[in-house]
Design a binder for this molecule. Structure first.
Ligand code: AMP
Ligand code: ZN
Length: 471
């Protein structure tokens, strides 16, 4: 498979340390609020990648962190503490907020057919590992204590910047939301590994550490959680494009300083979903969530379909019109598949392999889901048996997870139920027949049965009463 690697900045063959075994890490959500559908675009595309790697014959170990501590509103070390802000907003404790929004996140994922990773690890469950890593970085001379905090010293690295050619002088000081720049930092790009001198007096979660009572910086969690479950070598690391800097740059800096060799060979970044005003946000305007989609009558899987229609390396604009179009297209697909369900023909294996080849070609080309959707339409139009087309769709849907056949079957069932609705005329005749039987006028009852049959309905006396079915 050819996959774009943000580290080499080119498409290249995707390879693993151990053949056919993929160790994959996903930066998980910060659980201070609901995920917006932009966040979920990233998780949908990562889910497709995970499933396609399995489809191609790999074993995948997928690891995801849950950020429940340490993430400030800027991805650097400035701004408010996101979890604390969430807790104050809702008059709850940080751990209550974390539990509530972690559950909400997985409930959204379920609706979008996003599989839960094999390992899901909240950051607060790994504090000893973080302390150990910070201690090792200090011992190795990659970190320093200043003003009570521990910082990573980016000047110790030959190459700190990875995904962008940033220069130190281009970086902002991180002055944002009234927060002063941090004079403890020796270099502008240095970042906090462990906070003890928190600017938040009311910081709720604190742990004892060799540097005093405090809490971890945001970046250290992903390095440590990844190594806890995947060891020193990771094959694939994923996230949204905003994670590249400083988060992933810092993850690489501290991980490789710890282990002394390359950590992760392949980096996969999903570009953003934007609304029509530009950036998607949890604080301003309409907060776009899966629940809001549902409230407006959309099927979450139609949103998944919307995401699959475009390539993960292009930014995508969300509008309600675009969403309506996606829902209409999705309904049409399901209706078309529904027509294949009643055919009683056989699978043409040669044709099936040929059609699936077009799918794997699309996906092997940097996970081109837009092309894969085109292949889906081609399959529906293909000159072959219904069973072949259905078999192909079943295979594709192992990766695309649009529940196309499930929805088509549900549609068929709904049609059948509608067809089963008994007309009032028939019900009236059934009533008359009941009366006739009560009056022991069996000749009339038989005549009524024939009349009902002439309208296409059959009646049968059972212990539960009179059963009426379509003939
Ligand atoms: P957060 O919960 O803020 O840590 O973000 C969770 C994931 O969503 C991260 O991988 C982000 O990179 C990603 N993300 C944030 N905003 C967007 C967006 N507008 N479109 C796509 N992905 C996003
Ligand atoms: Zn991360």
């Amino acid at each position: 498979m050819q996959l774009y690697n943000s580290l080499s900045r080119q498409k290249e063959p995707f390879t693993t340390v151990e053949p056919n075994k993929v160790k994959m890490y996903t930066c998980g959500p910060t659980v201070y609020h609901f995920a917006h559908i932009g966040n979920l675009r990233t998780y949908i595309m990562e889910d497709v990648l995970d499933k396609y790697l399995r489809f191609s014959g790999n074993d995948v170990l997928r690891i995801m962190n849950i950020t429940d501590v340490g993430h400030l509103t800027s991805d650097g070390d400035t701004g408010d503490d996101k979890m604390l802000k969430g807790a104050k907003r809702e008059h709850k404790t940080v751990m209550e907020i974390a539990k509530y929004y972690t559950d909400a996140f997985f409930s959204d994922c379920k609706k979008l057919n996003i599989k839960t990773p094999e390992v899901v690890q909240p950051a607060t469950g790994c504090i000893p590992e973080f302390i150990d890593a910070v201690q090792k970085l200090l011992e190795k001379g990659y970190a320093y204590e200043a003003g009570g905090n521990v910082y990573f010293d980016t000047s110790k690295l030959e190459q700190y910047y990875r995904f962008h050619d940033f220069k130190e002088e281009d970086l902002e000081d991180g002055v944002r939301e009234g927060v002063e720049k941090d004079d403890n930092k020796r270099n502008k790009a240095d970042f906090v590994l462990w906070f003890t001198k928190s600017k938040f007096d009311d910081q709720e979660l604190k742990w004892e550490s060799p540097w005093g009572l405090g809490y971890p910086g945001w970046h250290i969690e992903c390095s440590c959680i990844s190594m806890k479950y995947a060891g020193e070598y990771l094959d694939l690391h994923c996230g949204g494009i905003d994670n590249m800097f400083p988060h992933h740059t810092n993850e690489i800096a501290q991980s490789e300083s710890l282990i002394g060799h390359e950590w992760c060979r392949h980096w996969f970044h999903v570009h953003h979903l934007n609304d029509e005003t530009g950036k998607m946000s949890k604080s301003k305007g309409e907060f776009l969530t899966v629940s809001l989609l549902e409230e407006k009558g959309f099927d979450p899987l139609a949103y998944r379909f919307f995401c699959l229609q475009s390539h993960y390396r292009k930014s995508l604009v969300f509008s309600w019109d675009n969403m309506k179009n996606a829902q209409t297209a999705y309904n049409k697909l399901v209706a078309k598949i529904r027509t294949l369900l009643n055919e009683q023909d056989a699978v043409d294996e040669t044709k099936k392999a040929e059609l699936l080849k077009a799918f794997t070609e699309a996906m092997d080309n940097d996970l081109n889901t837009a092309q894969a959707v085109t292949v889906l339409y081609d399959i529906l139009k293909a000159d072959t048996t219904a069973a072949t087309r259905l078999a192909c769709i079943e295979e594709l849907d192992k990766v695309l997870s649009l529940d196309l056949i499930g929805h088509a079957k549900a549609l068929a069932d709904a049609e059948q139920d509608a067809a089963q609705e008994i007309p009032a005329e028939v019900l009236a005749l059934v009533e008359q027949r009941k009366e006739a039987r009560k009056a022991k006028d069996f000749a009339k009852a038989d005549a009524l049965r024939d009349e009902i049959a002439a309208l296409g309905w059959q009646i049968r006396e059972t212990r539960q009463g009179t059963e009426i079915t379509k003939m």
